[in-house]
Design a protein around this ligand. Structure first.
Ligand code: PFF
Length: 447
């Protein structure tokens, strides 16, 4: 049977950008900027995104497109069946861990979209009542589980339909919509009186705020935001046509991801400052601080709907990419039908997600390595597993595969002259700079 693939350049691009742009941009990036000193963090983030993460992105792209198989088989076959296949297995399993807790937050966005559609946030609310509303919701037993189920089921249904008709079609409609919604909110946010302080916060750097932790936090965020270190980009790239330009597709994804993060920052920070609120409210920024901002601003009801709709769409286009990695593996390696494979992965992630969800309430006493179940999964995946996955991928490409094979894939058999000129730099970054930088940044974050 012919393997499913993306039907067009735009389709492949929006699907990749859809994987990259997600809760990482709209939820995680703004609060990390808030916690790590604003513009200084952004500068470090941009630097790491392009010098370290883009070469890793290209590495994943090249491996995926060269093999035209799932991530496990890509590592296995390109390495001639050696132990590297276990790295492939690792890249199939890690996205499932992330998807399990990601889906819980996806569920929160469903809940908050419903809340905003029923105009639950009113001008009699205070910042404290919004905080209580959020805490009451996440610590309850059933509603967060129901919302997690709804979110994961929607993800599963889209993946079940296939690459061209499911993932690509969904992304083609939703990504442009997402872009216009976030852009419109950003423009509106800039018109609020007092917005200027938020803009300064985002774009006026204070370099005294930079230390080893800033680099570690920025690199972890860049990995997460670009979906690196998992088999995601590799799997999507395996559906990309051999005619497409790997450098163009990778750079376009990285640039759109950065644009979305910055526009999300501009949508959120000026509004937060305009209402005299603290940008350093951590993960609660989007679910506690923002609803309060929406409740106070003119036309806030409509803006709230647009924002939570954007959050949900961004989360969905990312979660489908995580699910697809394991579905591709089960279909191609275990011979399962796409529908059964999707349902099996759904069941596994659902159970782990339920445990993560309950760890905010009834299971809050259960600790793994001193962390709640949710925090444990979030912390090991973004701090350790993604870093490890990315490190192993660049080592695989730079030290295990043949330079000439990578050159051929990167330049489409030598036909892309600009890529051919860039190859020397790229190869140097992949072979030396990326592995070293990953190790240094990782260790400096620990001490
Ligand atoms: N890049 C996504 C985001 O920023 O929300 C998260 C993500 C998607 C991480 C896919 C990992 C992944 F494989």
């Amino acid at each position: 049977m012919k393997r499913d693939s993306f039907g067009s350049r735009f389709g492949a691009l929006v699907a990749m950008a859809g994987s990259a742009v997600g809760l990482g941009n709209l939820w995680r990036f703004p609060y990390l900027v808030g916690e790590n000193g604003g513009a200084a963090f952004i500068i470090v983030y941009i630097l790491l995104s392009f010098v370290i993460c883009l070469p890793i992105f290209v590495s994943e792209f090249v491996v995926g497109r060269k093999s035209q198989q799932n991530a496990y088989a890509a590592f296995r076959d390109l390495s001639g069946g050696s132990a590297w296949k276990w790295v492939g297995m690792f890249t199939v399993i890690v996205p499932l861990i992330v998807l399990s807790y990601y889906s819980v937050i996806g569920g929160w966005s469903v809940e908050y979209l419903l809340k905003s559609m029923t105009f639950t946030f009113t001008d009699t609310d205070t910042r404290t009542t919004m905080g209580t509303m959020f805490t009451d919701f996440v610590s309850s037993t059933w509603m967060p589980i129901i919302m997690h189920t709804a979110f994961l089921l929607t993800t599963t249904l889209i993946v079940m339909v296939g690459i061209k008709d499911g993932i690509e079609k969904f992304s083609k409609v939703m990504m442009p919509l997402l872009f216009f919604m976030v852009l419109a909110i950003a423009v509106y946010s800039l018109t609020l009186p007092g917005a200027g302080r938020g803009v300064d916060y985002l774009f006026k750097p204070d370099f005294s705020k930079i230390d080893g932790h800033t680099f570690a936090a920025a690199l972890g965020q860049a990995f997460f935001s670009l979906s690196l270190g998992f088999g995601t980009i590799m799997t999507y790239a395996s559906y990309v046509d051999k005619k497409e330009n790997p450098l163009f597709q990778s750079t376009a994804t990285a640039v759109s991801d950065l644009m979305f993060a910055l526009i999300a920052g501009v949508a959120i920070m000026p509004a937060v400052f305009a209402f005299g609120l603290n940008p350093q409210s951590g993960p609660g920024l989007v679910f506690e601080t923002l609803p309060y901002v929406f409740s106070q601003m003119p036309a806030g009801g409509v803006i709230a709907i647009a924002f939570f709709m954007a959050l949900l769409v961004a989360a969905l286009t990312s979660s489908i990419s995580m699910l697809e990695v394991a579905v591709a593996y089960l279909v191609e390696e275990k011979g399962l039908k796409r529908v059964s494979a999707s349902l099996i992965v759904f069941a596994g992630c659902w159970v782990v997600g339920v445990l993560c969800s309950l760890s905010f309430g009834p299971l809050s006493g259960v600790k793994i390595a001193g962390l709640s179940i949710f925090d444990f999964f979030d912390s090991i995946s973004s701090n350790i597993l993604m870093t490890l996955g990315s490190l192993m991928t660049v080592l695989f490409v730079g030290w295990r595969l043949k330079k000439t094979d990578i050159y051929d894939e990167f330049t489409n058999g030598g036909t892309l002259s600009a890529n051919a000129r860039m190859f020397g730099v790229l190869w140097f970054l992949i072979r030396y700079v990326c592995p070293l930088a990953i190790i240094v940044v990782f260790v400096s974050g620990l001490i």
